[in-house]
Ligand binder design. Sequence first.
Ligand SMILES: O=P(O)(O)OC[C@H]1O[C@](O)(COP(=O)(O)O)[C@@H](O)[C@@H]1O
Ligand SMILES: [Mg+2]
Ligand SMILES: [Mg+2]
Length: 314
Amino acid sequence: MAPAGMIPAHLEAPMQALSRVASDLAQTIARGPLEGALGVEVGSNSDGDNQKALDVMADEAFAAALPGTGVRWYASEEQETVQEIDTDGALALAIDPLDGSSNIDVNVTIGTIFSILPALEGADESFLRSGRDQIAAGYFIYGPMTALVVTFGDGVFSFVRDPQTGRFVQVGDRMKIPATSSEFAINASNYHQWSKPVRAYIDDCLLGLEGPRAKNFNMRWVASLVAEAHRILTRGGIFLYPSDSRPGYEQGRLRMVYECAPIAMLVEQAGGRATTGPKPLLDQRPDQLHARTPLIFGTPEKVDRVTAYHERAE
Ligand SMILES: O=P(O)(O)OC[C@H]1O[C@](O)(COP(=O)(O)O)[C@@H](O)[C@@H]1O
Ligand SMILES: [Mg+2]
Ligand SMILES: [Mg+2]
């Protein structure tokens, strides 16, 4: 597992619990339909999103593993309200137990995203704060390999699950987002609903060699935030899930507390940038547990360019 001293002592127990559950989930996911109908719809969560069997299974498994680890408050995408676990715990943990649910059935990479904060007295107030208060953030990625990518506030580290032992083994040095890349990721089916700055940025990329950027770009869209984050941490690029004019998307799609804030912390710790478009994402404060926010992150030069498009006169 992690080299001695890397995980702050008070985070060791929750990290061990999260890793154990993720390791078991990786096995369940790898068995796919042999485990049952993991991608079948079983209901909807507080946000009105469809819940798949694996969403609920993952949420229950993470919540069940946390008693005794010092986590007082547990906030999950799959639960409307915050759950109290260890009444004397000093930590608050927010989680997207299963990210990229639409990919479960089609055997495409999915993940788990988590954020750890110091617990405050109030359940909600522990989470309704600046992302800069996070003391740890990370994700598990269930793809061709299962890996953990995590920061404790001093760099980003990567661990790969050894399928022979089920344990996570550290690989490589600190992750650093490459400074150059020609890839962007956005769900282009929403083109006509985007704001002018976002449309202008993508238009200029699409014009390629003949446009103002004078170079050709490549595009990716996995529809799993974890997979996009992993690609960008590995080989650079930019991800955009902006707000758009579809009803319900005025603040984008992704959730601040357990999706955007932890990804933004990882990205900044790896030398990248994360914004809402005009503003640094980690400086924003959600007004409710399941609040959404536009999210743009990646290579600094690209993210700064999108910010400049937002500052430019119409
Ligand atoms: O289907 P869309 O609109 O492209 O949205 C894809 C986004 O939705 C998500 O799947 C939302 O996460 P959940 O699966 O946890 O609800 C992200 O992982 C992904 O970036
Ligand atoms: Mg998600
Ligand atoms: Mg989810």
